[in-house]
Design a protein around this ligand. Structure first.
Ligand code: FAD
Length: 405
């Protein structure tokens, strides 16, 4: 009898966790497992703000996928997914195609620019290892060039971060640690450096406890960040951005470095493949399958799960992606064994910690508010836990964060 073929797209938090769980749950004779990913490495998306600011080398945030998969059970294909042909149960890749009986789409998200003109062309993103390397190099280049020019261009020392959500704040935390180092290295006066955080919403870190938000804002302000809250980016132009508070006239902030960190949408493959989606995210069934497609699961940033308590979607997080991965692995094992009872996904919120640099953070863990060194310690525990869940103790020893105090 022909073995069913399980194809997993994306080796991020959701996809790789599904793979390592499936390789334990499923016997070689029960099904073929294929994992497709653009790169031959997995990266810790939740650490990209560090690689982007230059406080952590990009090799520390990634590891070889082959180090965590069981190659006798999983066939790894390094390729880019172009489109999914649902009718023919086929995935079109850049260099070929792969057919499936069961499909897990775990391709992560993409930056949402809300149609703001110029952002795609002129702003940097914090999205993957390539973008992190480029941003780190770009910032360093601005500092290295500043004293080379006869006519000093102060815009080289002006950095704008669009978005005061999780990604923006974590990046600012790292950046404010990195800037003094760059000033020292390139003989640049620290007082000449300008760091702006522009946020259209009326508050920093919407949804976070106000006391913790105040802690984060005052910490970052002390380190030189100027917050422009309730201020929208209207357009990105070469050498700066146009912003406006409410209905007021837009004005320009000059900057050679604009970083867009204000929103995530689902992977463009989703809409290209004709799935019904909201901002590229598919509202999945409780068992994480796509309505109308009993053999297709979507997890992670490309899925949309409603928080029934507030009747709004959960924000996309690694925590959710990994918990979904656990459920999908069990559900696919059940389907392979012809069981029709599938597990329902319920998000178990273990808490959230937002880092403010190397040794500072804010968070709510098991319902308790924490700040400073304690929160920073918890952040590293959370980071190491993600490594452990996918790669076991060996991966923690290899890539873990041990500067816990
Ligand atoms: P990802 O982990 O992003 O993985 C997607 C994978 O798919 C990648 O390997 C990618 O290379 C691959 N891929 C994409 N497109 C293609 C294609 N066309 N073909 C082949 N492969 C493809 N969440 C938290 O829970 N806690 C945090 O503290 C936190 N901090 C964050 C900090 C930053 C700076 C950022 C950017 C995000 C943070 N998040 C955090 C959010 C979290 O990182 C995401 O929600 C999570 O990565 C989503 O997991 P995923 O499996 O959906 O996708």
């Amino acid at each position: 009898m022909r073995k069913p073929k399980i194809v997993i797209l994306g080796a991020g938090y959701g996809g790789l966790l599904t793979t390592v769980r499936l390789q334990k749950l499923i016997g070689v004779n029960e099904a073929d497992i294929v994992l497709v990913n653009k790169n031959d490495y997995h990266y810790e998306t939740t650490w990209l703000h560090e690689a982007s600011a230059g406080t952590l080398h990009h090799d520390k945030v990634r590891y070889d996928i082959r180090d965590v998969i069981d190659r006798s059970k999983v066939d790894f294909v390094q390729d880019t997914v172009v489109e999914i042909n649902k009718d023919e149960k086929k995935v079109i890749l850049e260099k070929g195609e792969v057919d499936y009986d069961y499909l897990v789409i775990a391709l992560g998200g993409e930056p949402e620019t809300f149609g703001i003109k110029g952002l795609k062309e002129y702003a940097f993103g914090i999205t993957n290892v390539n973008s992190a390397r480029q941003l780190r190099e770009h910032i360093e280049y601005q500092f290295a060039t500043y004293n080379m020019e006869e006519e000093k261009n102060d815009n080289r020392l002006s950095i704008v971060v669009g978005g005061a959500g999780f990604t923006g704040i974590e990046f600012l935390g790292e950046l404010t640690n990195r800037i003094p180092e760059l000033c020292h290295e390139y003989d640049v006066d620290f007082h000449k450096v300008k760091i702006y955080c522009v946020e259209a919403a009326p508050t920093v870190l919407p949804g976070f406890d106000p006391e913790l938000v105040n802690y984060a804002v005052s910490t970052l302000e002390r380190k030189g960040v100027e917050f422009l809250i309730g201020t929208a980016i209207k357009e990105a132009v070469p050498g700066g951005i146009l912003v406006a508070k409410g209905d007021a006239e837009p004005y320009e902030i000059k900057s050679e470095t604009v970083v867009w960190a204000a929103g995530v949408r689902g992977n463009s493959v989703i809409e290209k493949s004709g799935f019904e989606a909201m901002r590229g995210r598919v509202k999945v069934q409780p068992d994480l399958r796509v309505p109308g497609f009993d053999n297709v699961f979507i997890i992670g940033d490309s899925s949309l799960v409603i928080n029934e308590e507030i009747n709004r979607p959960y924000p996309p997080t690694a925590q959710i992606a990994m918990q979904q991965g656990e459920v999908v692995a069990k559900n696919i094992a059940a389907l392979v064994r012809n069981k029709s009872e599938l597990e329902t996904f319920t998000f178990d919120n273990k808490g959230t910690v937002c880092s403010l640099g190397e040794d500072d953070a804010i968070g709510v863990v098991f319902g308790k508010k924490i700040t400073g060194g304690k929160a920073s310690f918890m952040k590293k525990v959370v980071d190491n836990r993600a490594l452990y869940m996918i790669g076991g103790a060996g991966m923690v020893l290899k890539k873990g964060k041990f500067n816990l105090f």
